[in-house]
Design a protein around this ligand. Structure first.
Ligand code: ZN
Length: 267
């Protein structure tokens, strides 16, 4: 059994302010440790359930947050950004049995986390796919589903877990905090680690294929940018159309093309 884990920091237990997610700030090290501990817990749960190989992608900011030595032996860690449109699931392919998203967070244009955003907060007001708001979870989860890889576990804030359950109720979720305005209400960090460990182990004992995200024959994408200049620039990507000064639309039958477009229009 091969497992892919994509890890972010805005959805780990405790993280509340950008200073706690930024390498150059003194507040960061505590949450870097918590991110590593939550991912290590998911790895240990997966190994206990029979996983033979685990690939972890560090998928926050520089993508150089976690200490590899603090993850269990046998885990491969992807550090840095290759520049691949697969973004937060760079090496994911159909050889994997399941995807887990740890430390994930609420989407842009939601109030579920003080740090809510989708992909690049300074650019994107919101992304919609076929009329529904998209998150980093749904973007990567749908892409995984196009390769028949189910997303079996998601940890993060309460609103993200609600989104996951709305999309596919079979996916296991672990809510480690709840966003309230510019604050978070957190469970104890050690409790978060314990819950993620147990959830990873039990999720792998279920019917994994029930956890595929729904795919579609066609994807109608809308991106609303924060600035009209960003939308104007994005409108020159092949297939993108400017529908109002801050919004572009894009239609494709291949979900990878959605990720390719996003990668190029948020540069
Ligand atoms: Zn992040």
């Amino acid at each position: 059994m091969r497992i892919y884990i994509s890890a972010d920091i805005e959805g780990v237990c405790g993280s509340t302010h950008w200073d706690e997610c930024s390498k150059d700030k003194s507040d960061y090290s505590e949450f870097q440790k918590q991110m590593t501990a939550e991912v290590a817990a998911a790895c240990k749960g997966a190994f206990a359930a029979g996983a033979k190989e685990i690939v972890v992608q560090d998928a926050h900011a520089s993508a150089r947050n976690m200490k590899h030595g603090d993850l269990p032996e046998g885990v491969k860690l992807i550090r840095g950004w290759a520049g691949n449109p697969k973004a937060m699931v760079q090496e994911l392919d159909n050889s994997f049995d399941a995807l887990m998203c740890i430390g994930y967070h609420s989407r842009a244009a939601s109030s579920g986390n003080p740090l809510a955003h989708t992909m690049r907060g300074s650019y994107i007001d919101h992304i919609k796919i076929n009329g529904e708001f998209a998150s980093e979870f749904s973007l990567h989860g749908i892409y995984a589903a196009t390769m028949e890889v189910p997303t079996i576990l998601v940890s993060g804030d309460v609103a993200l877990c609600d989104e996951v359950k709305m999309i596919n109720d079979n996916i296991t979720t672990v809510a480690v905090k709840e966003g309230v305005g510019d604050s978070t209400v957190n469970i104890h960090p050690k409790e978060a680690i314990q819950k993620i460990w147990q959830a990873a182990e039990s999720a792998l004992q279920g019917d994994l294929k029930q956890c595929l995200l729904p795919t579609s024959d066609q994807y109608n994408v809308e991106i609303r940018f924060k600035k009209h200049q960003q939308a104007y620039n994005a409108s020159f990507f092949p297939g993108c159309e400017l529908t109002d000064p801050q919004t572009i639309t894009f239609t494709t039958k291949e979900f990878f093309e959605v990720l390719r477009m996003i990668q190029f229009v948020i540069k």
